[in-house]
Design a protein around this ligand. Structure first.
Ligand SMILES: [Zn+2]
Ligand SMILES: [Zn+2]
Length: 86
């Protein structure tokens, strides 16, 4: 677009390591280079997010696995209460 620029604007550098950026984090919009970005598996799509955001966004499988004992406990409690209410 408009010819070759002799200089790359500062905005095109990774905000973490100042390497040439490849794209923006899908979560926070920070410019990231391929080294500082991680692919996070979403429910339907894969998103490229920076490492800071990737830590916050645990993979859904792990989140579900962590939630399962809780869900089972709640379901068991609800079932017990349901039985007792008869
Ligand atoms: Zn980087
Ligand atoms: Zn981010």
């Amino acid at each position: 677009m408009g010819g070759i620029e002799p200089f790359t604007p500062d905005d095109d550098y990774c905000v973490y390591c100042h390497a040439p950026a490849a794209g923006m984090c899908a979560a926070c919009g920070a410019l990231c280079c391929p080294d500082c970005v991680e692919l996070v598996m979403g429910w339907t799509t894969r998103r490229a997010v920076c490492r800071t955001c990737a830590i916050d966004e645990a993979p859904p499988q792990r989140a579900t696995a962590r939630a399962l004992p809780w869900l089972a406990g709640i379901a068991g409690l609800a079932a017990a209460l349901y039985m007792l209410s008869w």
